[in-house]
Design a protein around this ligand. Structure first.
Ligand SMILES: *[C@@H]1O[C@H](CO)[C@@H](O)[C@H](O)[C@H]1NC(C)=O
Ligand SMILES: *[C@@H]1O[C@H](CO)[C@@H](O)[C@H](O)[C@H]1NC(C)=O
Ligand SMILES: *[C@@H]1O[C@H](CO)[C@@H](O)[C@H](O)[C@H]1NC(C)=O
Ligand SMILES: *[C@@H]1O[C@H](CO)[C@@H](O)[C@H](O)[C@H]1NC(C)=O
Ligand SMILES: *[C@@H]1O[C@H](CO)[C@@H](O)[C@H](O)[C@H]1NC(C)=O
Length: 433
């Protein structure tokens, strides 16, 4: 009941050409995003380099300040009413980015490799407003997983400055495939449930290491040369862009560069379970086990939430039923139970993604793996024709995950407004028709 092409990766376009038509229910969506490009040589700015400590990088960025994976971004506070960014030559030319002031709705623009873009000026809506988010904060996120930007420098008005934002002290990591990266939602990464989870918890840094088509098992799946049991330990993803930039020598991710994630949400396996990729159940479970042991090795205090897998729906008589992912649901649940068993906790094992498993005895180990049952959250029309959550489906998954995390770990929901899914405000103003 699901097509082989459903989870195929579409990231194989060339490095320099990124623009594609956005469709909404088969109709071309208006993309008259403002052209924000300015001429740096005639602009008067105070300029900060990409490595300025005031700039907080969200998600994975490499040593050249090039972004990877889904919805990577930057955040900083600023004074004045001007923010411009110069993008380096390693930017995917024309890539669509979302950006916003404070917790307001996202604005979008296509940015150019080697170009400077004026993103905030006194004319930008919200530019003069301060409370409740003070100082002014600026946030930018790349919408598409296969593309990226390179930050060259950040500019504010002469006499103004960047301000380092306070550390929220809460961090979420989402590890996944196309389902987490926002494939087929309106604004891709910025319409994904992974984004909604991080933005909706509020005051939470979030990093989405998810890429369409990737398996948990370390093998080629839909053109992704490696699986997450390997790639999660690296800075770059499995895109064509990464192969051009790094070949077989990607930068290992320096886990010491950022504080540990507190909660790691894992949703991976829909590509493993697709017969086209020929991953057996034991190989899949072994890979998922390694990912969890990898997380535990890098971040010993992190709590891991493993999501059960889902596929699409089919009509059954006069209703709909979910397609069961072949064989994996029961095994994933059993694996979670095993992680929490005395047997495992007496002798937990960590994995560093490169070397073999190393055993470490940790008598004080406590259960850290949680099972999140997705059954019943999405319904028939929460899945689009390409077998991925619709915008509404993504919002449902994000909302349920937020409540699960609130109830399981006692995290308050600090965002009381800023979890904005751009252009998902469907309403009716007309009564009595
Ligand atoms: C901006 O990017 C979007 C998404 O790829 C695309 O639909 C649109 O045509 C682009 N606009 C310009 C002016 O390049
Ligand atoms: C930023 O990079 C420059 C050039 O490599 C270096 O001189 C400077 O110390 C760096 N600044 C920070 C804050 O790391
Ligand atoms: C980008 O390329 C141009 C032209 O080749 C060069 O002058 C410039 O220094 C490059 N910028 C960066 C950040 O690499
Ligand atoms: C799938 O895996 C089995 C067992 O490893 C192997 O015998 C078979 O040739 C594989 N099939 C494909 C299409 O790779
Ligand atoms: C997941 O939820 C469904 C629907 O409530 C239920 O039938 C199933 O038993 C649950 N699975 C587990 C492992 O608890």
């Amino acid at each position: 009941m699901f097509s082989v092409s459903s989870l195929v990766l579409f990231g194989l376009s060339i490095l320099s050409k990124t623009s594609a038509t956005i469709l909404q229910n088969g109709q071309v969506r208006a993309t008259d995003f403002p052209n924000t490009r300015v001429d740096l040589s005639t602009s008067k700015f105070k300029t900060y380099p990409a490595n300025a400590t005031e700039i907080s990088y969200q998600g994975r960025w490499d040593s050249k300040h090039v972004s990877w994976w889904s919805a990577p971004g930057i955040k900083f506070g600023y004074t004045g009413q001007t923010v411009a960014i110069s993008f380096g030559n390693l930017t995917s030319d024309g890539v669509l980015v979302g950006y916003r002031i404070g917790g307001l709705d996202w604005m979008f623009t296509n940015v150019t490799a080697g170009g400077t873009h004026l993103l905030v000026s006194p004319a930008t809506p919200g530019s003069a407003l301060t409370a409740p988010i003070n100082p002014w904060t600026f946030e930018l996120r790349v919408t598409n997983w296969a593309y990226g930007v390179q930050i060259d420098s950040v500019h504010v008005a002469p006499g103004e400055k960047l301000v380092k934002l306070p550390d929220f002290g809460r961090r979420i990591e989402v590890i996944g495939d196309s389902l987490a990266s926002g494939m087929y939602t309106s604004y891709e990464g910025l319409s994904s449930w992974a984004y909604g989870l991080g933005a909706g918890l509020g005051n939470t840094d979030y990093s989405i290491t998810a890429y369409p088509g990737i398996c948990a098992a370390d093998q080629d799946c839909w053109g992704n040369p490696r699986g997450q049991a390997h790639q999660w330990f690296y800075t770059s993803d499995t895109s064509y862009r990464a192969s051009v930039m790094y070949g077989d020598n990607p930068e290992p991710w320096d886990f010491s560069k950022r504080p540990a994630a507190d909660i790691v949400v894992i949703n991976i396996g829909t590509n493993d379970q697709n017969a086209a990729n020929n991953v057996s159940t034991p190989v899949y479970i072994d890979a998922l086990t390694k990912i969890i042991q990898g997380v535990h090795g890098k971040w010993p205090e992190a709590q891991v939430v493993v999501m059960s897998l889902w596929l699409g729906f089919y009509q059954s008589g006069n209703s709909y039923l979910p397609n069961a992912p072949q064989g994996f649901v029961k095994e994933v649940y059993e694996m979670c139970k095993w992680f929490n068993s005395d047997d495992y906790l007496r002798n937990p094992t960590v994995y560093d993604g490169v070397k073999k498993k190393t055993s470490k005895t940790d008598k004080s180990a406590k259960p850290f793996v949680h099972y999140f049952n997705t059954t019943g959250i999405m319904q028939h029309n929460d899945i689009g024709p390409q077998w991925h959550p619709t915008d509404v489906g993504a919002i449902k998954v994000a909302s349920h995950l937020q409540q699960f995390i609130r109830m399981t770990f006692g995290w308050e929901l600090y965002a009381t407004g800023p979890e904005v899914f751009h252009e998902t405000l469907y309403w009716n103003d007309q009564a009595n028709y």
